[in-house]
Design a protein around this ligand. Structure first.
Ligand code: NAP
Ligand code: GCO
Length: 264
């Protein structure tokens, strides 16, 4: 049974994985036996990521490249192929959010979010997939969101990107599933990371909303998402194609539930 989740011999790239959800996914896959590679934009973050892995008794190959820059991605992935090997598991995790109402949002900011959250999974997957096709084996996991299916005020670019990413996941599946590549999304709910720092502060109305509307009654932890990613990266998911697995404590399943108000 445990063999189903054993990733020994597999090489995984987690984009933007130096902290938060990406780091948790990398550590979970690393503990399952995979060799983990992580990229980011900043040397200091790559170094602190290395230290964190070491503390857990794990090894990580880190390198700097920008996922929105096709040439940089090509150079970075060539370096991984040369020094580590070909990528078996790609986790398109790098992402940004800008919480600005539409009327106040400069077009350049809108474009930047689309570039990181929607264009970069296209760039990185397009670079990695040919070797997976050759090997007739591979897993691609795209970090989607509840905003892949719902809008919310002030996050228009993010929602447009994550909605698009869900459909890019489906389109990749249509083109590549026949090569035994499984492409799926994981859709975190509200998770404790730097990205949600500003809306988690005590007394912030959004914190109250998450706490009262999430049936599980808590924010998610990055490891919650890591465990779902392990399933999608494993043999156990070899016939799971083009899905988004939501890891949200039930908030998407919930219509109008407010803790205390309609508990029977
Ligand atoms: P995070 O803590 O902000 O981490 C995002 C990572 O992406 C950072 O390491 C960041 O690097 C990296 N990154 C951004 N732009 C990049 C670029 N151009 N090239 C390379 N790396 C880049 O976010 P998180 O909360 O862990 O989220 C991870 C993913 O899950 C994102 O796609 C996010 O949208 C998604 N998600 C998060 C939540 C949540 O509640 N937290 C919910 C749903 C979906 P730097 O730190 O160096 O800038
Ligand atoms: C927000 C949040 C979300 C989450 C997540 C939800 O402002 O609504 O930051 O966008 O990060 O993507 O699934």
């Amino acid at each position: 049974m445990n063999d189903l989740f054993d990733l020994t011999g597999k090489i995984a790239l987690i984009t933007g994985g130096t902290h938060g959800i990406g780091m948790a996914i990398g550590m979970v896959l690393g503990k399952a036996g995979a060799k983990i590679c992580v990229n980011d934009l900043h040397d200091a973050k790559l170094q602190s990521c290395k230290d964190a892995y070491k503390k857990e008794g794990l090894d990580v190959y880190t390198l700097k490249f920008d996922v929105t820059d096709e040439k940089d991605v090509d150079k970075g992935i060539s370096e991984i192929e040369k020094n580590v090997g070909t990528i078996d598991i790609l986790v398109n995790n790098a992402g940004i959010i800008k919480r600005v109402p539409i009327l106040d949002m400069p077009v350049a900011d809108y474009r930047q979010v689309i570039d990181v959250d929607l264009v970069s999974p296209f760039i990185v997957s397009k670079r990695v997939a040919p070797k997976m096709i050759e090997k007739r084996s591979g897993k691609i996991i795209n970090l989607c969101s509840m905003m892949s299916v719902y809008g919310r005020n002030s996050v228009s670019a993010y929602a447009a990107a994550k909605g698009g990413l869900k459909l890019l996941t489906e389109s990749m599946t249509c083109e590549w599933a026949k090569y035994n590549i499984q492409i799926n999304g994981v859709g975190p709910g509200y998770i404790v990371t730097a990205q949600t720092g500003p809306i988690r502060e005590n007394g912030h109305p959004f914190n109250d909303l998450v706490m009262t509307r999430t049936p599980a009654g808590r924010w998610g932890q990055p490891e919650d998402v890591g465990h779902a990613a392990l399933f999608l990266a494993s043999k156990a998911a070899d016939f799971v194609n083009g899905q988004v697995l939501y890891v949200d404590g039930g908030i998407l399943a919930n219509f109008g539930y407010v803790k205390g108000e309609n508990d029977l």
